[in-house]
Design a protein around this ligand. Sequence first.
Ligand code: GRF
Length: 207
Amino acid sequence: MRIAIFASGGGSNAEAIIRAANEGRLSLEVGLVVSNNADAGVLQRAKALEVNYITIDQRNFDSEESYISSLFSELDENGIDFIALAGYLKLVQPKLINKYKNKITNIHPALLPSFGGKGFYGKKVHEAVLEAGCKVSGVTIHLVSEAYDRGPIISQLTVPVLEDDSPESLAARVLKVEHQIYPEALQLFAEGRVKVTDNIAKIIDKV
Ligand code: GRF
């Protein structure tokens, strides 16, 4: 499996995945890092880790078609057959979702289907978890479908919410778990162990 990681920000999840792959802990290669933001920290990390990277910003294209066709050419030229979104703050076009059907994952810093959907990103997620008085939060890896944050769930891990947590302290605890769970989830796909039926993903035993 040869994956592209799409990220818009700092890229700590991208780095965790690239390191796990480079250290031989995953049966996949990271062939490309794609950002929609030329200033994103993830591009520096990709450079340092010697992974191909590109910025592709829809605002620099005349039409959605020319943007999509340029994105598809990059993915094809780099032999990409799977996409991992990691802090990618741009909506994924239906055309991309169709081309990579059940082959695009996302990471969400809470336990979906709670605290997901429109407006739940970054610090806002952790603020909402604290406001609701939850005693646990966590991380969800899910497949990307056209319904935002509602694609089949692949894996989840919980973290405790502590009495004196701030959104920042909770985010930091969650992020640590993100770095563990995302490489593990991608390995499930690399091993062909994810089967999706009627919006439910099942993990089958290793053969
Ligand atoms: C993570 O918290 C991820 O769950 C969310 O965006 C953040 C990205 O962090 N979708 P990083 O850029 O990987 O450090």
